[in-house]
Design a protein. Structure first.
Length: 167
């Protein structure tokens, strides 16, 4: 069994936990909210791990990268994996509703299940679950909190902004 390695990335939205096998990223955790992740006792910290992921995330936060090209290893059901693949197809600066994602994966009546899968996305930002909004345009739940979701969407809107989020 491969040992889980982890490190942290200081970012404008707080310290993100990056975890996986050292090459493939399987988890990104937010510093707060329901998407907060703490390392398990059997995980091993390695601050040299995930150099490419750290570089790409920094470039994303600097608006220098719009599409991630990283080796990923998310764990989920076939349905969840299909939802997460579809999330990765939502372009920078655009949003989609849960219903639209359900349509795109060929399950038009599964918008609630899409919402549940979206909420369990282990690789937020890289798999951009923040780009999924309610049918009314409302910002709905997000593992890093609504303020973080709003911050990420504003980053992608090209608007002049953006102070780092307060911890």
């Amino acid at each position: 069994m491969t040992k889980t390695l982890y490190t942290y990335l200081d970012s404008p939205i707080g310290s993100l936990l990056l975890a996986g096998d050292g090459e493939r990223l399987s988890r990104i955790g937010f510093p707060r909210g329901k998407g907060s992740v703490r390392p398990s006792e059997d995980w091993q910290r390695d601050d040299l791990a995930f150099a490419v992921a750290r570089d790409q995330l920094q470039a994303y936060f600097n608006r220098e990268l719009r599409i991630f090209d990283l080796p990923l290893a998310p764990k989920g059901t076939p349905f969840q994996l299909s939802v997460w693949r579809e999330l990765s197809r939502i372009p920078w600066g655009e949003t989609a509703s849960y219903g639209a994602v359900a349509q795109r994966i060929g399950k038009p009546s599964a918008s609630r299940a899409v919402g549940a899968a979206n909420g369990l996305n282990p690789l937020p930002i890289v798999v951009p679950c923040h780009r999924v909004i309610g049918a009314s345009g409302a910002l709905t739940g997000f593992g890093g909190g609504i303020d973080t979701k709003k911050w990420l969407l504003t980053l992608e809107s090209e608007a002049d902004l953006l102070a780092p989020l307060e911890a």
